[in-house]
Ligand binder design. Structure first.
Ligand SMILES: [Zn+2]
Length: 569
């Protein structure tokens, strides 16, 4: 018994000793910050395309990201108007367009009564002679609506992740955005960074007086080398033997766009430097991305990005995939080859960053501003019913007659229709003493009868909450900004869309809330990111708050997405 007691005492003493022993762990070490955050956006890279071509990808490009990174295979934009500025600004801010304000590439400014291009700002002209938009040769219909050559991010109503990085580091971080498209660069650089984009007019990378008083020497030097001119007299050629491609036997399709001299089949010649569309053709080929890569490399080197422990930020938005997708459709030999070229361009960018900074010190995030539909002609080959929509052919007479009977005026009720928004003539409606909501509802009823319209929703219905809680309506609501959205949002039936691209008939146009347009990849890779595949549904608004959490900055102002826990240590 005594012995028992001794044993008990020993055990007790041992236990007390254990409790008294200091716990052998130090406070969790703060993870090292990345020296560079590289945000890559591929314009119109639908979420399924990388998997489709996985076997054909080389080393070091997409395959590195897919194999070594955290891959979100079920990621979507959650707003309705899946256009370039809308998607880019969502990626940049983690906010829905209702909050960040970029509700479309173009909207009607209610004060001036004019269509407004998203990043135009007359106060800040582009730097340099002849560097703006040439309306005679510009094929991007949204670019053509800009009334000045000035550009700035002033219409983005909230902060971007890049802004939050600037704020977190007391202005010591370097922040840049680069793209062929002005809106692809300006949106990502935010209010505090610097943006450069490609001028089809001059063939140079340009900026505006919002960012600089004069070009940094290295930019002037890069432009003086006239890298675009090297493509004169050359062609876009296939990277591999044509028989090895999924679409190798489908080069010539009647629904593809045949631009004069450029054609529907390989090789696609760029023509001479003097050609009216020479620089435009470069952007509808892998050359546009190659020029973007070359400029980005010069930027990384000359601005010494990622060289110290203050994280820097570089956004590179590759635009060619979008232009190629529009002209030839995503399931074409051109789109297939473009992705394989882009894969090589990306591999070169990543290997350059590895040499300059180290991929183990770089946080990479890749996504896309929107997906894209198949060309209706291609769908019909496979047995789908699909077609284009031309609102000009809608028989509006009956609808206008009805509205006239009810309100005393017909056609004058509509100010303009720039898809997806119909803008009513609010002044006329007020002058006639009509009820705005009532007129909207009546026009919605008529629109819903037109060929190809799946759904029309009025803004007053959205405002008053008198709408059904469906995924489609929710996506329209996330696109609704009181000051900028039109009065009626129009959604077309799946696989139906307008293919008039400012006078050019194109194969495919994105912009819908349907899944093929919202579906995009989200991949994180580099410093501290594990290799894994995540299949739960995530959204593009989740990216910016995730980046903020990783670097310990506060979330961007309007970022109501949910941070992606799988990539936060
Ligand atoms: Zn596009």
């Amino acid at each position: 018994m005594r012995q028992d007691r001794r044993q008990v005492l020993t055990i007790l003493a041992f236990g007390l000793a254990l409790i008294a022993m200091p716990i052998a762990s130090s406070p969790a070490a703060e993870p090292k910050l990345p020296q560079l955050i590289l945000q890559i956006t591929v314009d119109q890279l639908r979420g399924d395309l990388l998997a489709r071509y996985y076997d054909r990808l080389g080393d070091g490009g997409f395959r590195y990201l897919l194999d070594a990174g955290t891959v979100y295979s079920n990621a979507h934009h959650r707003h309705a108007n899946t256009e370039t500025i809308v998607g880019h600004t969502t990626l940049a801010t983690g906010a829905d367009p209702s909050i960040h304000g970029m509700v479309g590439n173009v909207w009607l400014d209610r004060v001036s009564g004019e269509l407004t291009y998203n990043v135009e700002d007359a106060r800040y002209p582009v730097l340099g002679e002849g560097a703006g938009v040439d309306k005679k040769t510009e094929i991007d219909p949204t670019q053509k609506t800009a009334r000045s050559d000035g550009r700035s991010p002033s219409r983005i109503l909230v902060s971007t992740f890049s802004d939050e990085l600037t704020l977190a580091q007391g202005g010591k971080s370097k922040v840049f955005g680069v793209s062929v498209k002005d809106r692809g660069a300006i949106s990502m650089a935010g209010h505090t960074g610097k943006a450069f984009w490609f001028s089809k007019k001059s063939g140079e990378f340009i900026t505006s007086s919002f960012y600089y008083d004069q070009y940094p020497e290295w930019v002037a030097d890069w432009n003086a080398g006239k890298p675009a001119d090297n493509y004169a007299g050359t062609s876009w050629n296939l990277l591999h033997d044509q028989s090895t491609y999924l679409f190798g036997k489908a080069d010539d399709r009647p629904y593809e766009t045949a631009l004069p001299g450029y054609g529907r089949t390989f090789p696609h010649p760029f023509g001479s430097r003097e050609g009216k569309y020479f620089t435009t053709l470069l952007t509808i080929s892998p050359a546009g991305d190659e020029l973007t890569l070359d400029f980005a490399k010069a930027l990384i080197q000359n601005e010494s990005l990622g060289r110290d422990d203050k994280p820097d930020y570089l956004s590179v938005s590759f635009s060619s995939t979008d232009y190629v997708g529009h002209l030839f459709g995503p399931s074409s030999l051109e789109s297939e080859d473009n992705i394989l070229h882009l894969d090589r361009t990306l591999a070169e960018l990543l290997s350059f960053v590895d040499a300059q900074v180290g991929l183990d010190k770089t946080l990479i995030v890749l996504s896309s501003d929107h997906g894209g539909p198949e060309a209706p002609g291609y769908l019909r080959e496979l047995g789908f019913e699909a077609d284009y929509i031309d609102p000009k052919t809608w028989d509006k007479a009956g609808a206008i007659e009805k509205l006239k009977k009810r309100f005393g005026i017909g056609e004058e009720l509509i100010a303009t229709y720039f898809h997806p928004y119909v803008y009513l003539n609010r002044q006329v409606i007020a002058e006639k003493g009509l009820d705005q909501a009532e007129v909207e509802d009546a026009v919605v009823d008529e629109l819903n009868r037109f060929d190809g319209v799946a759904l029309a929703v009025s803004s007053s219905a959205l405002n008053s909450g008198k709408v059904p809680d469906t995924p489609l309506v929710q996506s329209i609501l996330r696109n609704y900004n009181r000051n900028r959205s039109g009065d009626i949002y129009v959604v077309f039936q799946p696989n139906r869309f307008i293919n008039d691209f400012g006078g050019i008939t194109v194969a495919a146009t994105h912009g819908s809330p349907w899944r093929y347009d919202t579906y995009v990849p989200i991949i994180f890779a580099g410093i501290g990111i594990p290799a894994q595949r995540i299949n739960r549904m995530v959204h593009t608004v989740d990216i910016a708050p995730t980046l903020s959490l990783i670097i310990g900055a506060k979330p961007p102002t309007g970022s109501f997405g949910a941070p992606l826990n799988e990539v936060i240590r």
